[in-house]
Design a binder for this molecule. Structure first.
Ligand code: HEM
Length: 159
């Protein structure tokens, strides 16, 4: 058993669950509930209180996804000398989508005037972030199947 890979994969998946799960909760529970029940002033105070706490989770998730993703790549991808022409283009799309997610999440957590336009339409941008997160998880599953089916031709049928 490769313990480093096991722990890295565990942290990678846990970070993805926390980050994407938090966005789903905010978009479909917290945001509409706060809008329906609070005055603008109270909503703004709640938003800042949530932001101050959640921003630590967002930046920690981004850092952990980058670190553990690189470890996964070094252990799983580089030594396997993957022959499929599909793996690397799909990995490239995943990384681009991941950086788009990191950008949107950082913009939504920011306070300065720079990303005020994105924060003003937070429901829309949270929706885009969630859709991209779903796409990334799907692409990651495809990467897993492409890679493991090359090493063990029966792997997919045994999964
Ligand atoms: C929002 C960001 C991300 C999400 C939601 C995400 C999600 C996932 C998930 C769910 C898996 C497991 C797939 C499976 O075994 O079925 C995975 C695997 C992996 N991730 Fe990520 N990931 C993200 C960012 C990154 C980044 C930034 C990197 C690289 C620096 C990366 C590199 C990898 C690698 C190499 C694997 C293994 C792929 C394989 O099995 O061949 N990920 N990721």
């Amino acid at each position: 058993m490769n313990v480093v890979l096991l722990i890295s994969r565990w942290i990678h998946l846990a970070s993805a669950i926390v980050a994407v799960g938090g966005a789903v909760f905010m978009r479909f529970a917290l945001l509409p509930a706060a809008k329906a029940t609070l005055t603008d002033d109270l909503h703004e105070r709640l938003r800042e209180a949530v932001r101050a706490r959640w921003v630590k989770f967002v930046y920690a998730s981004i850092a952990l996804l980058l670190i553990t993703g690189s470890i996964n790549f070094a252990i799983l991808v580089i030594p396997s000398k993957i022959k499929s022409h599909l793996y690397h283009p799909i990995f490239g799309v995943k990384i681009l989508a991941a950086f788009a997610v990191f950008f949107i999440a950082s913009a939504l957590m920011s306070r300065g005037p720079g990303f005020a336009g994105i924060r003003a339409k937070r429901a829309k941008w949270l929706g885009i972030l969630i859709a991209l997160g779903g796409l990334i998880v799907l692409l990651s599953g495809i990467l897993n199947q492409v890679r493991t089916s090359q090493i063990h031709p029966t792997a997919i049928t045994n999964m």
